[in-house]
Design a protein around this ligand. Structure first.
Ligand code: CP
Length: 293
């Protein structure tokens, strides 16, 4: 049974197969699958949840959405026992989003007779977002060879960063970061980064593409920045920076307006944000087809 827990689990061939199929779906390819798909969303989501649901429905799958506030999780049932329940009900595939890092329990959940798709587990991974970002850059640039990609902002808590970097590097991108020291992981060495920039203006001169990450206050139990105003001035996409930046920018969403990015710039001609959202549907169709095969 196929699962997608981490972008690191995918071979180059599998990535290329998924993206080729995503392109075909984007160009209008129609496929009819049969079966049931459970969507367990135990953490807030708009675009991931709806695009998975729409992708599944477009493919002919029956969808069953469970959100934590209306599930037996509120009565203390474990995530494992919830998955076991879906297995017992005859489901073959489950898409899940959870607030904790699943990785230590990967073998345990993969022993179930279920295909699992990770739609975000805590600060760990969000592999379909990584695939969307790779797909979007391939569409815009053709090749990623030597493309300079800068991740900006809350790197520490970012599953988007951890999912995206291995995929972009696999296809030749050069990756750097710019963040407050308090929002950098200790282990930056493991990501194969080219530079860790302190100054955003210098970093943007280097970059062809900048990926702003959301400041994830819901995960920050203490204060990691002096204030949102000072963070925006030092690490945000302000109008002045937007004016001088020669590249394009992305953001996985949802955007903190005037914290990550100036609210007037979200729809600018340098923004790929809504291409990312649009591509989410095709990429998730390709992933669902791949796991249901
Ligand atoms: N990018 C992303 O995961 O967005 P949602 O939280 O809205 O699903």
């Amino acid at each position: 049974m196929r699962s997608l827990i981490s972008s690191l689990d995918l071979s180059r061939e599998e990535i290329l197969d998924i993206l080729k199929r995503a392109r075909e779906f984007k160009e209008g390819k129609r496929v009819e699958l049969q079966g049931d798909l459970a969507l367990l969303f135990f953490e807030a989501s708009t675009r991931t949840r709806v695009s998975f649901e729409k992708a599944a429905k477009d493919l002919g799958l029956s969808t069953y959405i469970v959100i934590s506030s209306q599930s037996s999780i509120t009565k203390g049932e474990s995530f494992y026992d919830t998955l076991k329940t879906f297995e017992a009900l005859g489901f073959k595939a489950v898409v899940f989003r959870v607030p904790f890092v699943l990785y230590p329990y990967k073998d345990l959940v993969q022993s179930l007779k279920l295909s699992l798709v990770n739609a975000g587990d805590g600060t760990h991974q969000h592999p379909t977002q990584g695939l969307i970002d790779l797909f979007t850059l391939m569409e815009n640039f053709g090749s990623l060879e030597n493309l300079k990609v800068l991740y900006v902002g809350d790197i520490l808590f970012s599953r988007v960063f951890r999912s995206g970097v291995p995929l972009l590097r696999e296809f030749g991108a050069r990756v750097s970061v710019c963040a407050p020291k308090t929002l950098l992981p200790r282990e930056t060495g493991v990501f194969g980064l080219e530079e860790v920039f302190d100054e955003l203006d210098e970093a943007l001169e280097w970059a062809d593409v900048a990926v702003w990450l959301r400041l994830q206050e819901e995960r920050q139990k203490e204060s990691y920045i002096p204030s949102k105003e000072s963070y925006f001035k030092k690490f945000g996409l302000t109008k002045e920076r937007h004016e001088s930046f020669k590249g394009v920018f992305m953001h996985p969403g949802p955007v903190n307006r005037n914290v990550d990015i100036d609210g007037d710039l979200i729809y600018s001609d340098k923004s790929l944000i809504y291409e990312q959202v649009q591509n989410g549907l095709s990429v998730r169709k390709a992933v669902l087809e791949w796991i249901m095969e």
